[in-house]
Structure formats: structure tokens, C-alpha cells
Design a protein. Structure first.
Length: 578
């Protein structure tokens, strides 16, 4: 489904169908109680038999109590229906934000609060009164017709007029709701920009000007809210007036038709039951139009995350590190063709390019996050063809400055493999976090908040490395993590890469600080001669001047040995870059 033709999820599916049916049932029950009132009230008022009057009084009292219970149940069922529906949309919005990197935190929060409140109000306070009110009004008209057809007509006329008024004001209400939403959005965006630029504003002495801007936009929001409230007031006033006019009309018809006093009293009692539901119907239009305005924003936002809400195929996740291979063929990322790559278990690949964006997109493609064409095959399995569960078992991804999710430290480490029961102590030892975790208040059960607190930025990078290593994935992708680890902890990264049995792909601005034996994947090379973009660098002293000419790294006679990787058998040769 395209974003232009996007729609919100269907309402009457699954458990919600049953909830809606029970709501209609409460309306029918109230209509039945109205009928009981129409039968019992004349007995109470006109019967000469004291026993019959007492029985009628008991029935009326029980009916009144039952009516209260049914109305209470109606409220609970309406709220449950609304919350069930909103929960589905809420999950979809978060799923979309996890799929689409362009999603703004502020926009996501606004959608999951303001817009979903409009949806909830429409379901719980809009659809519910319709589902209950329609059968109740129909039942009331039948009960009045049993007393006198003219009484039913007296109530039907103001109800019909109310329906016409609501239809006429619906479009105006929708326009007012959209205008208010636009003004609120502009104010929120302006306040957000002002807060972010607070330092610059103070330096330029513009505090008063910015406050005037906020005041001006706030006044626009206030005027839009008042205009919407004016229309909502007309709608609610029409509903209250319709209920009152119905009661007056019943009294007038009864008097003009010379109906018995007991019949008129019964009719007024029956009409009195309508007052609450009809007043609720007056709010329906307001909630409906606010919902329509929210739907225009929410429906397209749900499209991106729909794939995450589909059932996942069953399959064998992960792979054997001893047979791990990485194969890249015909990869296109953001319109750029990347060189092919084919390496086996134990290899460490250094990604190199003069364009940092190309490196970033290549690393994302290797993590299975972003690719337009071609394929990445890990341990013989294409990342494009596996589910997200299988991909996270195949690929461990650790990048700098990515915030950690809220939850325990143990959950953060096991995040790629949530079903695993393997202890995390070994991987914490590998990344050098055992002593630090032991000092935490609840050790590995300590809750990480606000992106990883109470851990320092370098310690959060160690946690991300532990997550990437947990479960020994066939492919390890390390994206500039050394920049956040710092010199004091970069040795942890060196040892982790040495111990990793699968393929490791690394991007770094200072690879000589922690890499020893690498295959260079030069993204700036053409796709002409096979293997021309792959250079393997070995040196007992570590990685020295990757890609530099020999006169830049020391004596050519003792410099690192460079072998072309990817040629046929017997074609290995030293490459003299001098």
C-alpha cells in the first residue's frame, strides 16, 4: 500500500468485533429497559390493586438500577475498544520509526500522544454513543408508539432535526480541527527550534524577539482553539436542545391529544432516559472530525512499519563461525555501485574510501539495513531473504554513538539474541566490563536509562561491542567504535577482533591503533580487474599506514607485506606500492 492510499487498520476485526457486539448489546438492553418502563409505569400510576402497584414499583426500581449498571458497562466496553485499537496503531508508529531513519523523536512522541488521543476519543466517545444510542433511540420510539403513535412522532421530529444539524456542522468542525492542528504544529516546531538555538539567541540578544514570536504563535493557537470550541458548542447545544424539545413535544402532544395523565408521565419518563445518550451524540461530530484530521497524518506514517508487524517465517537462525563467509555482489547503495567482496572465516576487512558517506552506506548495507540492488551473503545466506530474527543472529553490529535501549544491562547485551539463556559473563570479560558491571548497584540487572546511563560513553561502546559479539555471529560489523572507546579501551577492540572466528568488517579513521592483519576493501576502486580493490596488509608490529606508499611507513625493506586478495590459485603476488 502506498502512502497516498494508506489507511488505518480495520476496526471490527478479531477481539474488537466481539467488543463492538457487546456495545450494541448494551444499547439493546437499555432499549429493553425503556420498554419495561413503558409497561410498568402505567400500572404504578393507574392500577387500583396495591399489590400490582408494589410489583410495578419494584420492577421500575430494579430497571433503574439495571440501567445504571448497563451504562457503566457501556463506558468500560467503549474504553476497552478504543484502547485496543489505539494500541495497534501505537505499535505500528513505533515500528515505522524503527524502519525509517528520517523519523523525528518529537514527531513520533506527538503522534503517539496527541494524534492517538483523537483516535481514542473517536472510538471510545464517538463510535460508542452511536453503537448504543441508535438502538436506544429506536427502542424508545417503539415504546412511545405503544403508548401513542403521536408521542413517537413528537420525539422523532427533533431527533431528525438534530441529525440534519450535525451533518451541516460536520464539515465546519473538520476545518476548524485541521486549522487548530496546523497552528499547534507550527507552535511546537517554533518552540523546539527556539530551545535548541537558546545559546545563539542569548548571544545575539534576541530573547525578547523570540518571546514575542512565541506569544504571537500562541495567540494564533488560542484563536483557533476558540473557533473550534465555538463550533463544538453549537453541536453540543443542539443535542441538549433536541433532548429538551423532545420532552416538551411529548407534553404538548399529550395535552393536545387529551391523553391520560399516566400515559403522559410514562412518556416523559421514557424520554428522560434519552437525555444522556442524545447529549453524548452531540459530541460525536467533534470527535469524528478530530479523528479525521489525525487520520490524515497517522495512516501514511504506518506504512513503513507494516513489514515488522507481519508474521516472521520460521528458519534456522545464525551460522557456524567455522564456515562463515562474506560475499558481496553487485551492491548498489544510494545509486553508487560498490566493489564486490569475497572473504572467508577469520578475515578482518577494513573498509576504505575518500567519501565518508560511502563508507557509512556500505556498513549499513553489510548490517542488512540499506541496499538498493545486489546481495550480501553471510555464511551462505542472503541478508535480503532472511527475516529480521535470522539477520540479527547472522550479523553483530556495533557503531559509535548509538544510544542503548531502556532496560537492564543483561537485556542490552542479549538484545540480538533475546531467546538465548547463555550467560553474558564471558562476553563481558572479552570487552573488559566485568569489574565495572560488578560495581553497578544491581550488576547486570542494572537498568540503563537515557541512552545508557549510568555508564560512561566509552562503557556504552563496550556494551555495544559485547552485544555484537554475543552468540558468535558469522559476521561482525564494527563502525568507528574505536572513536568512542578512546585510547584507554581500544586494546579491548583489538583482542575482540583477534578472538572472533567469523568475518569482521571494520570502519575506522585510525585503524593502525588496533588492527593487525586486514583485508582492505577499497570502495573507490572500479569493478574492472578482479580483486583489484582488495589488498591484504600484514605486519608483526600491527597495521602500519594502510594504503600509504612505503616511504611513508618506513624502510621499504621492512615495511608491511601487501598481497592482492581475490585472484586465482597461484596468482598471489606482493604489491609494491612504491
Amino acid at each position: 500500500m502506498t502512502r497516498e492510499h494508506a489507511a488505518l487498520p480495520a476496526l471490527l476485526v478479531g477481539a474488537r468485533r466481539s467488543l463492538f457486539a457487546r456495545l450494541v448489546g448494551t444499547g439493546l438492553a437499555q432499549a429493553g429497559l425503556v420498554g419495561v418502563t413503558a409497561v410498568a409505569m402505567p400500572v404504578l400510576l393507574a392500577s387500583p390493586d396495591a399489590v400490582r402497584r408494589g410489583a410495578a414499583a419494584a420492577v421500575l426500581l430494579a430497571g433503574a438500577l439495571a440501567l445504571g449498571l448497563v451504562r457503566s458497562r457501556e463506558r468500560v466496553l467503549g474504553e476497552r475498544l478504543g484502547q485496543h485499537y489505539v494500541q495497534e496503531i501505537r505499535v505500528g508508529l513505533v515500528a515505522s520509526s524503527l524502519v525509517d531513519d528520517r523519523s523525528s523523536l518529537g514527531i513520533t512522541v506527538a503522534r503517539t500522544t496527541n494524534d492517538l488521543t483523537s483516535v481514542r476519543n473517536w472510538i471510545a466517545l464517538g463510535i460508542t454513543p452511536i453503537a448504543v444510542g441508535v438502538p436506544l433511540i429506536a427502542g424508545t420510539l417503539v415504546a412511545l408508539a405503544m403508548l401513542s403513535p403521536m408521542l413517537a412522532v413528537a420525539v422523532a421530529v427533533p431527533m431528525t432535526v438534530l441529525a440534519v444539524v450535525l451533518l451541516l456542522l460536520a464539515r465546519v468542525s473538520y476545518d476548524r480541527s485541521r486549522r487548530l492542528r496546523r497552528q499547534r504544529g507550527r507552535l511546537a516546531a517554533h518552540v523546539s527550534d527556539t530551545v535548541h538555538a537558546a545559546g545563539s539567541i542569548r548571544a545575539g540578544g534576541g530573547q525578547r524577539r523570540e518571546l514575542r514570536q512565541v506569544e504571537r504563535r500562541g495567540h494564533q493557537v488560542m484563536e483557533a482553539a476558540v473557533e473550534r470550541a465555538r463550533v463544538a458548542g453549537h453541536i453540543r447545544g443542539a443535542a441538549v436542545a433536541a433532548a429538551a424539545v423532545a420532552a416538551v413535544a411529548v407534553a404538548m402532544v399529550g395535552a393536545w391529544s387529551a391523553l391520560p395523565g399516566g400515559t403522559i408521565a410514562t412518556a416523559l419518563t421514557v424520554v428522560g432516559v434519552l437525555a444522556g445518550p442524545v447529549t453524548d451524540l452531540g459530541r460525536v461530530v467533534e470527535y469524528r472530525q478530530s479523528y479525521r484530521a489525525a487520520r490524515r497524518i497517522l495512516a501514511p506514517a504506518l506504512v513503513a512499519g507494516s513489514v515488522l508487524r507481519q508474521p516472521l517465517p520460521r528458519g534456522t537462525a545464525g551460522g557456524d563461525p567455522e564456515t562463515s563467509t562474506l560475499e558481496v555482489r553487485g551492491l548498489v547503495v544510494r545509486g553508487a555501485s560498490l566493489p564486490d567482496l569475497d572473504v572467508g572465516p577469520g578475515a578482518t576487512v577494513l573498509v576504505r574510501s575518500a567519501d565518508p558517506v560511502r563508507v557509512e552506506t556500505a556498513m549499513r548495507a553489510l548490517a542488512g539495513l540499506d541496499a538498493e540492488a545486489g546481495h550480501v551473503r553471510v555464511a551462505g545466506r542472503s541478508l535480503a531473504d532472511v527475516s529480521s530474527d535470522e539477520r540479527r543472529a547472522l550479523v553483530g553490529h556495533a557503531a559509535r554513538d548509538l544510544p542503548l535501549e531502556r532496560g537492564t544491562l543483561a537485556r542490552a547485551v542479549r538484545y540480538r539474541r533475546p531467546d538465548s539463556t547463555e550467560p553474558i559473563g564471558a562476553v563481558l570479560a572479552t570487552v573488559g566490563l566485568v569489574e565495572r558491571v560488578a560495581r553497578l548497584p544491581d550488576q547486570e540487572r542494572t537498568t540503563l536509562r537515557r541512552g545508557g546511563e549510568p555508564l560512561s560513553p566509552a562503557e556504552r561502546a563496550q556494551v555495544r561491542l559485547a552485544r555484537a559479539l554475543y552468540g558468535a555471529p558469522p559476521l561482525l560489523v564494527v563502525d568507528h567504535l574505536d572513536a568512542q572507546l578512546g585510547r584507554g579501551r581500544v586494546e579491548v577492540l583489538r583482542e575482540s577482533l583477534r578472538a572472533h572466528e567469523g568475518v569482521a568488517v571494520v570502519a575506522s579513521d585510525h585503524p593502525e591503533a588496533f588492527l593487525d592483519d586486514v583485508v582492505i576493501w577499497d570502495l573507490d576502486s572500479g569493478s574492472g580487474e578482479p580483486g583489484s580493490h582488495l589488498v591484504q596488509v600484514r605486519d608483526d608490529r600491527g597495521l602500519v599506514g594502510v594504503g600509504d606508499a612505503p616511504d611513508q611507513v618506513g624502510d621499504p625493506g621492512v615495511g608491511p607485506e601487501r598481497d592482492v586478495v581475490g585472484r586465482g590459485p597461484g596468482d598471489d603476488q606482493q604489491v609494491d606500492l612504491g
